[in-house]
Design a protein around this ligand. Structure first.
Ligand code: CAA
Length: 254
């Protein structure tokens, strides 16, 4: 059971591979994800992080139910806080992140996907927040991030029913950005990652900050932050290169 981190041409692939449990996450898996994310955050050469499940059937089938089954209330809270903090490190990554979802994204699996910036799903992917069927609620950010991403109506439909939703239904709700044929998932995610990697890392980092902070503040505060970060862009060589390249009718070296 392991999480592997592979870095190739500015792109990091984090693969969660626990075949005996459809890649369900226990404490060891969560801590390995955290280590991988910390490594990515420290490496300025990495421009995109991709999260994927090992095998072909499952992205991540949620938190490990056998691991959680005998938890006390305090252990449950501690577990939720651990998952939330790991997933927050993903959403706070300096570089953009993509969830490549080839199969089941259930419970903590959907929560992992929505901690990423973008989600590309295979037509065979399937999403659910099935926690109410287990007598619990989502604990790794689902009640909060899902509601912000797809709105309270859709989030309540998923969380209160616990039902599974197809990739096409997820697309209609705005839960995923794109649905692609199953055998083209890696290829499409790779192409998206290369396109993201060609943008200004500083611009992308500041745009992410403006969006994430804006979601937690009033419109006016968000606009003030946007103006301040916009100004900050002009302290970066990437702004000079990006604009000079445009004016010289050449590709920028960002
Ligand atoms: N935790 C622990 N083990 C799991 C698991 C999970 N989340 N998901 C799958 N497994 C294990 C099964 O126990 C089974 O193990 P054994 O072979 O030892 O019996 C093995 O994976 C294969 O599973 P199934 O036999 O059930 O295979 P299936 O093809 O019939 O169904 C599945 C696959 C739809 C993924 C089904 O296993 C399933 O529904 N899993 C549970 C999904 C779930 O409820 N996730 C939410 C967890 S709660 C959570 O995530 C809370 C949170 O917010 C953090």
């Amino acid at each position: 059971m392991s999480v592997t981190l592979t870095i190739d041409q500015h792109i990091a692939w984090i693969v969660i591979d626990r075949p005996e449990a459809f890649n369900a996450m226990n404490e060891s898996i969560l801590l390995q994800i955290k280590d991988a994310v910390d490594t990515i955050q420290k490496n300025e050469d990495i421009r995109v992080a991709i999260f994927m499940g090992g095998g072909t059937k499952s992205f991540v089938a949620g938190a490990d139910i056998s691991y959680m089954s005998s938890m006390t209330p305090l252990e449950g809270e501690k577990w939720a806080k651990l998952g939330q903090s790991v997933f927050s490190t993903i959403s706070e990554l300096r570089c953009p992140s993509i969830a490549a979802i080839q199969g089941y994204a259930l419970g903590g699996g959907t929560e992992l996907a929505i901690a990423c910036d973008l989600r590309i799903a295979s037509e065979k992917a399937c999403f659910a927040q099935p926690e109410v069927k287990l007598g619990i609620i989502p604990g790794f950010g689902g009640t909060q991030r899902l509601t912000r991403l797809i709105g309270p109506g859709n989030a309540k439909q998923m969380i209160l029913t616990g039902n599974q939703f197809s990739a096409q239904q997820a697309l209609a709700m705005g839960l995923v950005n794109e649905v692609v044929p199953h055998d083209q998932l890696t290829e499409r995610v790779d192409a998206l990652a290369l396109s993201l990697a060609s943008g200004s890392p500083n611009g992308i980092r500041l745009a992410k900050q403006a969006i994430e902070h804006g979601l937690q503040s009033s419109l006016n505060e968000g606009l003030q932050l946007e103006a301040a970060l916009f100004g900050l862009c002009f302290a970066s060589p990437e702004q000079r290169e990006g604009m000079t390249a445009f004016l010289e009718k050449r590709k920028p070296k960002l």
